[in-house]
Design a protein around this ligand. Structure first.
Ligand SMILES: C[S@@+](CC[C@H](N)C(=O)[O-])C[C@H]1O[C@@H](n2cnc3c(N)ncnc32)[C@H](O)[C@@H]1O
Length: 242
């Protein structure tokens, strides 16, 4: 059984250490531009990284929903022109057919009633609307660098939390989405500081034992003291249309 997290407590670390993944932002920007979507809703928007960037890049009307008030306070102060509202995936505070594009990044594993989320996304999307779920597949979880390589105990925790892609595809179909497509993005980077890991700006680090966390952090810091580390960050993007 995986412990549940209080996202209000994580808001500060998230705002300091998490930003947009370059490949994810590129794919979202292209999809919104190509489909001509002008009303965009982010579910589980956290501190507003993606909704804020899309609003600035594309000028579309953007809603940012999250159950955590602390996360949303930061989103509001960073991006005053976003429509920021408390709201969970299972019950979105939007009228039926009122948006063209719904997306979430790193959120689906937190949603307890995923069937309700798909039904809600289907309800709030207009005809020919798009849902995009950005998440991790099993192979992505196993190959995360440095998370899985330095904190291998996170792998089992994550495999318990993350739904399989096949399960999400089935839920989309049951909720009445007509099409399904999967794509991948990979961004390579260089890590020179362990700060984000020390601040546990990744929820899985809150779910492993203190000794596993300390050992991983020690190894990471020792390696970084010798040289910067090459990192690889992958995401699976799941696209469904109404
Ligand atoms: C890892 S953060 C991702 C934040 C943001 N999408 C980003 O990538 O910067 C996960 C977010 O999901 C939110 N969350 C947790 N349960 C949720 C639910 N049932 N519905 C919507 N959001 C939820 C948390 O409050 C948190 O802000």
């Amino acid at each position: 059984m995986v412990r549940s997290l209080n996202y209000d407590d994580l808001a500060r670390a998230y705002s300091q250490h998490r930003g947009c993944h370059e490949g994810v932002l590129r794919e979202l920007t292209e999809a919104i531009g190509t489909t001509g979507a002008s009303r965009v809703a982010e579910v589980g928007a956290g501190t507003g990284n993606y909704a804020g960037a899309l609003r600035r890049l594309l000028g579309c009307s953007c809603w940012a929903f999250d159950p955590s008030r602390e996360m949303l306070d930061i989103a509001r102060s960073r991006y005053p022109d976003l429509n920021v509202e408390v709201g969970a995936a299972e019950q979105l505070p939007l009228a039926a057919g009122s948006v063209d594009f719904v997306f979430c990044v790193d959120v689906i594993h937190h949603v307890t009633d995923r069937q309700a989320f798909f039904a809600e996304a289907r309800r709030v999307l207009c005809a020919s609307g798009t849902l995009c779920i950005v998440t991790d597949s099993e192979d992505i979880i196993r190959s995360r660098v440095p998370l899985s390589s330095y904190f291998p105990e996170t792998v089992e925790v994550e495999l318990q939390r993350y739904p399989a892609i096949a399960e999400l595809r089935g839920l989309a179909s049951s909720a009445g989405f007509r099409t399904w497509r999967e794509s991948r993005v990979v961004t390579e980077g260089v890590l020179s500081s362990a700060e984000a890991y020390e601040a546990k700006a990744c929820s899985a680090l809150h779910l492993i034992s203190a000794s596993a966390f300390d050992a991983g952090l020690r190894r990471l810091k020792a390696d970084l003291a010798r040289q910067p580390l090459r990192t690889v960050s992958r995401y699976a993007l799941l696209w469904a249309t109404t």
